[in-house]
Design a protein around this ligand. Sequence first.
Ligand SMILES: Nc1nc2c(ncn2[C@@H]2O[C@H](COP(=O)(O)OP(=O)(O)OP(=O)(O)O)[C@@H](O)[C@H]2O)c(=O)[nH]1
Ligand SMILES: [Zn+2]
Length: 210
Amino acid sequence: MSEIPAEPEDLTLGDAGRSDRPRVDEARAAAAVRELLLAVGEDPDRPGLQGTPQRVARAYAETFAGLGQDPYDVLATTFDEDHDELVLVKDIPMYSTCEHHLVPFHGAAHIGYIPGEDGRVTGLSKLARLVEVYARRPQVQERMTSQIADALNDVLKPRGVLVIIEAEHLCMAMRGIRKPGSTTVTSAVRGIFRDNPATRSEAMSLVLGR
Ligand SMILES: Nc1nc2c(ncn2[C@@H]2O[C@H](COP(=O)(O)OP(=O)(O)OP(=O)(O)O)[C@@H](O)[C@H]2O)c(=O)[nH]1
Ligand SMILES: [Zn+2]
């Protein structure tokens, strides 16, 4: 088992969402929630709401914990394995927050890759951890899908990466256009999955079961 440095020299920083931010400021979030309750005409001092600003602040700290986490730390441990075929983790449950309305979008992420010539792979759980880091931020589904693919591409140097996310956006279900039940599917393909349509459609059909 060989470890690579957390920051390989040729790492592409770009839009990969790397982070060294501090944790969520809960006192500030609580003050803002109190203000929000006043703005909607509520009484933040009535018994049922007295603990709400602090409670919401704690919930936000959890919901946005990914802002203070570096996705590349998750992938710091890799190992070499003599495997040059598809590795696919399907149906990783995912809860994120739409950055336009700050309400959830949720569904599942599917991540597949074909290791590169050096056979570098990562622990299967790390793929789910990577989803968590990017999901626990104000997000747009397309960006999150690409960020996961780019981080894996940078660190594992695989022959190809395929990321598919299927999600329902509550901003389309509970408000606005009010269409519960619609699913948004996004994909990001890199390497052989981008270059070779047959390889891509084979992996896609494994993921989507059709
Ligand atoms: N492409 C994309 N759009 C998103 C995502 N999450 C939310 N949106 C959309 O962002 C758009 C924001 O549109 P605006 O017109 O600025 O906001 P709005 O008036 O609240 O729009 P409505 O939701 O149509 O009521 C909406 O169409 C949302 O459906 C996402 O992950 N990806
Ligand atoms: Zn939204």
